[in-house]
Design a protein around this ligand. Structure first.
Ligand code: MN3
Length: 251
């Protein structure tokens, strides 16, 4: 279980305990095995307690706000994490409650996001995309990919430079706000982009696959330092990619 899953489950357990508390307390007398004087409702099953609503968690930032400098400045990181990302997580959780969404986990929600409101699509996407984004970066980066990641990149795109060019292009050509992605599709790697906060695991996404690497190309990710120069942001972002994390995500 990775950190995100752990946090997510911990929160779910906490929330579940909180919500289920009064129900469990109220039915505690009936939960002992076969009480002799159980007067009422013989044979009728206990009502099922309502499932605890899913609570999405914001991963802890795995480094300090200034740790990715000079590629990404501390002020951008802090605003991005504490305002933008926190906002998506809060709004997603509020909308899950408001819309009475009953799913077993985050993966089920993401895979069926088209059944729900645009607010769910955008905020759940914002929550999960940034959780991934922070983890695929590391202070100073981890150098060149190697092992199975490099093998798959060479097989899919020719060599690392060709891969880098194609991924950079995906980020540069995304008009307006969105994300560039490296994904796994049927055991092969593919590069693409999505608009807004769509994620390749969403049913509504026009680019699909299991995300391995993501680049946020919303202006909020770079505008303070780079203004309109998205190309410079992307060029410097390569220096902080965490290839060890990408390798962990490969199946
Ligand atoms: Mn962002």
């Amino acid at each position: 279980m990775d950190r995100k899953q752990f946090l997510s489950r911990s929160l779910k357990v906490t929330m579940g305990t909180f919500l289920a508390g009064p129900i469990l307390a109220a039915s505690a007398g009936c939960s002992t095995p076969e009480p002799a004087d159980s007067g009422g409702a013989e044979g009728s099953p206990e009502p099922m307690p309502p499932a605890a609503p899913l609570v999405l968690a914001q991963v802890a930032l795995p480094y300090a706000y200034n740790a990715l400098e000079p590629s990404i400045d501390a002020q951008t990181m802090e605003i991005h994490y504490t305002k933008h990302h926190t906002g998506y997580v809060k709004k997603a959780n509020a909308a899950i409650l408001e819309e009475g969404i009953n799913v077993k986990d985050e993966a089920e929600l993401v895979a069926n996001v088209g059944k729900y409101s645009t607010g769910i699509r955008n905020n759940v996407g914002g929550a999960v995309n940034h959780n991934l984004f922070w983890e695929v970066m590391a202070p100073g980066g981890t150098g060149m990919p190697d092992g199975k990641v490099l093998d798959a990149i060479n097989a899919g795109f020719g060599d690392f430079e060709m891969f880098k060019t194609a991924f950079t292009e995906a980020g540069m050509k995304r008009f307006g706000s969105g994300w560039a992605w490296l994904v796994e599709q049927d055991g092969k790697l593919a590069i693409g982009s999505t608009a807004n906060q769509d994620n390749p695991l969403m049913d509504v996404s026009d680019f699909k696959g299991k995300p391995l690497l993501a680049l946020d190309v919303w202006e909020h990710a770079y505008y303070l330092k780079y203004q309109n120069k998205r190309n410079e942001y992307v060029e410097n972002w390569w220096k902080v990619v965490n290839w060890a994390n990408v390798a962990k995500r490969m199946g």
